[in-house]
Design a protein. Structure first.
Length: 365
């Protein structure tokens, strides 16, 4: 296989603020694997979760370092490549894993969801995200989303550095706006809350009653993720018995071992391909979580339609889709991820089903 990397920018139409800071633009990598007349593509880049950080330059260096090994290998069987992939960081592994799956699907001329036996008719609405800000700015962002698509699932970011009073003001304002829309249209909207680890245990406990009163349907990652697995699990265990709504782990859940330790203390997990290292682990996580009776969310960072299109192959298994980042980009170079109303549909083309819509610069390797 011949590996090629190209860098590209992704710029948000509306910058997104969460408990850890604000993102307006990112640099990502297009990962291409060429073999036997076919090219598989993947997308990856740096990201941070508060307790872990990956830099795009470091990810590119990892991939460039394995290019000579890849040149001696074929893209199938995927199992034969597992030792090489296992040695990489999650985002480096993700880029290769997606490109390999794309190549495999193209070789078989089938989309991945069909090869996995999944039903694209089982997909449900994706949420759209409201970042932190003044109540006026957050409500304006909600109206902007509604001008773009008929969103029925709203994810509100809380865990504001300004404190619990600001969180309560945002919660009240958004819940009131959703009720007004219900009265005007006759259609109810679902409200989710994601604190991105911005609360301590006492604050999370204090927020439970207001969240329930506002009709919030799930609470995602209220407590900061911790590198020590036992301490991280203990935080969810302390909150789970008190929480009147489904409790979902995001930044704390990366791989199967995390799912198994958290499963007794959560009601769902958020799978992101950059965290899991691609589709191989993500599919395992989704199927295992469902078997354990947990809800499944599939989410994103500041990702383009290639990463989200790859994640969309899993949507028939997903309770709470959260793949809206590409809908908030002004320069997404990819195309092929269909949306019907507010429901994303797994691309029907072979492999990941996503195409490059614009030309990119010269590859770095």
């Amino acid at each position: 296989m011949q590996l090629r990397l190209r860098r590209f920018q992704l710029t948000k139409a509306v910058p997104l603020a969460i408990s850890r800071g604000t993102t307006a633009a990112v640099e990502h990598l297009l990962v291409s694997l060429e073999h036997d007349g076919l090219t598989g593509i993947g997308e990856t880049g740096g990201f941070e979760t508060g307790h872990r950080h990956y830099d795009t330059d470091a990810v590119a260096a990892e991939l460039e370092a394995v290019a000579p090994q890849l040149a001696l290998l074929a893209p199938q069987p995927l199992q034969a490549l597992e030792p090489l992939l296992a040695a990489l960081s999650p985002p480096a592994r993700c880029g290769l894993d997606l490109a390999l799956h794309d190549w495999w699907g193209k070789r078989l001329n089938q989309p991945l969801h069909r090869l996995w036996g999944l039903d694209p008719g089982a997909c449900v609405a994706t949420s759209v995200t409201l970042g932190l800000g003044t109540p006026e700015a957050v409500l304006a962002r909600l109206e902007r989303w509604w001008l773009q698509l008929p969103a029925t699932r709203i994810k509100l970011k809380l865990g504001s550095p300004a404190g619990i009073a600001h969180d309560l003001a945002l919660l009240e304002g958004v819940a009131s706006a959703l009720e007004q829309r219900r009265q005007q249209t006759g259609s109810a909207c679902e409200l989710q809350v994601d604190a991105n680890g911005g609360w301590d245990l006492a604050t999370a406990q204090a927020m439970l009653e207001p969240l329930e009163r506002a009709g919030v349907v799930l609470l995602e990652q209220p407590l900061a993720p911790l590198l020590d697995p036992q301490l991280d699990t203990a935080g969810f265990a302390a909150l789970h018995g008190l929480c009147p709504l489904p409790l979902v782990a995001d930044e704390s859940c990366w791989q199967l071992a995390d799912l198994l330790r958290l499963a007794p203390h959560v009601d769902g997990i958020n799978i992101k391909l950059l965290k899991s290292g691609g589709l191989s682990e993500a599919l395992l996580l989704a199927q295992t979580a469902r078997r354990l009776g947990l809800g499944v969310m599939v989410g994103c960072y500041s990702d383009g339609a290639l990463l989200n299109g790859a994640a969309a192959q899993l949507l028939p298994l997903v309770t709470w889709p959260d793949l809206d980042s590409h809908l908030n980009l002004v320069d997404d170079p990819f195309k092929g991820l269909p949306v019907e109303g507010d429901v994303l549909i797994p691309p029907a083309g072979p492999g990941l089903g996503i195409d490059l819509g614009i030309a990119m610069g010269q590859p770095s390797c």
